[in-house]
Design a protein around this ligand. Structure first.
Ligand SMILES: Cc1cc2nc3c(=O)[nH]c(=O)nc-3n(C[C@H](O)[C@H](O)[C@H](O)COP(=O)(O)OP(=O)(O)OC[C@H]3O[C@@H](n4cnc5c(N)ncnc54)[C@H](O)[C@@H]3O)c2cc1C
Length: 435
């Protein structure tokens, strides 16, 4: 399978239509190049709002955007929906389920996936949330557990269905735990009158000493207060041993009976087969230089979560966040256009605009440089920023309407069980050290 746009120009193949990949393709809009974007899905996912899909506030199509529509009108652009199975830099080819594709320049923007740190039992039994399908599965699991609980007659029988454990107190765990707490506090009494909300326990667990480690201590403290005010039980400095599907056990001997463990305690880069092991560093990320060129290769580049620019100042690379992927993608697009023209490249410089996390209605924390805020103002800022960043006018309007409705009623969410709770079959190496 080959998909030339204009064969007289060099062909740049981008694997992955996430934050990094789409910016590379946009940056090449006016370049004398054929741009071929490959993704297993025909849509871009706005991952920061997946937790709202999992908890019913937003529909999956509001946090997704068709890649073909995004690039409609870009003349040097082609898209193919396919799974990349292998790259072969020695022959400048990649293997896909549509066949072999050749390239002159390759950009790997395959993102990251859930890291279980080698614990197969947790991997088999816990719910991840890195994709739209996984978010829908999680939503089904939450709602199915509530339905199951209504069928049980004793508190002991209901307990495993009404205990929810969120492993990992980074932004994803915090936002999910907060959103499930809102379901417990606002939806349960109204829609599940036979269930007692005091039996519904939400635990947020992390082996780090505080929630939201990437944010300031002040934001972390405030977030914990906000979570606890909503009834979330925060367990920091606690190591999880394992989860067998019925019980989660912790170092020190504590056990919680639960069917619901949501795992967001780690991520690892998704490096395609064929990339030399020497080019891969901690966190399963491809080591790149300051323009995104993969270590050991001339015409292979990596960007976003799967890439780690390592230098004296940056021992572990930039954080695995959307802002890094977008900014690095933009810069790489420009640099590839320069490389094709034989012009000098410009190094990527990350501009850290700050971090935020939302906990619930009127509850959020934000660190913008030295400016730190929490509560209503941070919550409004969070909404504004996410609306600006979402792709597509329709998605912005739908999100705004849903948020506005939820603010006043909390009945706007769609709580339909549409999928069977199962996991996305995306392979990821599991024998990795903690990033
Ligand atoms: C739940 C959640 C919440 C988050 N919240 C925030 C936040 O609030 N703020 C923030 O800055 N960051 C947040 N992040 C992180 C942010 O989403 C990532 O840093 C960002 O998406 C990385 O962009 P990327 O382009 O590297 O990868 P991705 O956006 O993950 O895109 C990778 C793409 O590659 C495709 N792909 C992968 N492998 C293959 C293959 N073999 N064949 C074909 N296609 C393939 C995938 O389908 C996907 O479209 C969050 C992440 C998650 C999961």
């Amino acid at each position: 399978m080959d998909a030339p746009v204009n064969s007289k120009f060099p062909k740049i193949v981008i694997i992955g239509g996430g934050f990094g990949g789409i910016e590379v393709a946009k940056g090449l809009k006016d370049a004398e190049a054929e741009v071929l974007l490959l993704d297993r899905n025909n849509y871009h996912i706005f991952q920061p709002l997946l937790y709202q899909v999992a908890t019913g506030t937003l529909e999956p199509d509001t946090v997704s955007y068709p890649l073909r529509k995004m690039f409609a009108g870009q003349k040097n652009f082609e898209f193919r929906m396919t799974e990349v199975t292998k790259v072969s830099p020695e022959t400048n080819t990649i293997e896909t389920n549509l066949g072999t594709i050749t390239y002159d320049y390759l950009v790997i923007a395959t993102g990251a996936n859930t890291n279980y740190f080698g614990n197969k039992e947790i991997e088999a039994n816990a719910m991840p949330m890195k994709s739209t399908v996984e978010a829908l599965n999680l939503k089904s699991r939450i709602l199915q557990s509530l339905e199951e609980a209504t069928l049980r007659t004793t508190r002991e029988e209901r307990e495993p269905y009404l205990n929810f454990v969120f492993a990992g107190a980074g932004p994803t765990g915090v936002e999910l735990a907060g959103a499930v707490a809102e379901i417990r506090n606002k939806v349960l009494p109204r829609e599940y009158p036979s269930l007692n909300k005091d039996e519904f326990n939400i635990y947020l667990v992390d082996m780090m000493p505080r929630v939201l480690p990437p944010l300031s201590e002040k934001a972390s403290k405030k977030a914990q207060e906000q979570l606890e005010s909503m009834g979330v039980q925060v367990m920091t400095g606690v190591k999880i041993n394992t989860f067998n599907g019925d019980e989660i056990s912790f170092e020190g001997g504590r056990v919680i009976r639960t069917k619901n463990v949501i795992w967001s305690a780690g991520v690892a880069g998704v490096v395609p087969d064929g990339i030399a092991r020497e080019s891969v560093v901690r966190g399963n990320r491809i080591q790149v230089d300051n323009i995104g060129r993969a270590k050991g290769y001339q015409n292979v580049f990596a960007v976003g979560d799967v890439a780690a620019e390592i230098s004296e100042k940056l021992e572990r690379g930039h954080p695995m966040v959307g802002a890094v992927a977008s900014q690095a993608g933009k810069q790489l697009g420009k640099n590839l256009a320069r490389i094709i023209k034989g012009q000098p490249t410009e190094p990527f410089k990350y501009w850290d605009k700050g971090s935020m996390a939302v906990i619930g209605k009127n509850k959020a924390v934000a660190d913008i440089g030295s400016f730190k805020t929490a509560g209503f103002f941070a919550w409004v800022m969070w909404m504004g920023v996410h609306m600006l960043l979402m792709a597509g006018f329709r998605n912005k309007v739908v999100a705004f309407v849903n948020w506005f409705g939820s603010y006043f009623t909390y009945s706007g969410g769609t709580r339909l069980i549409l999928t069977k709770p199962k996991k996305d079959p995306v392979p990821v190496p599991t024998d990795l050290p903690r990033a």
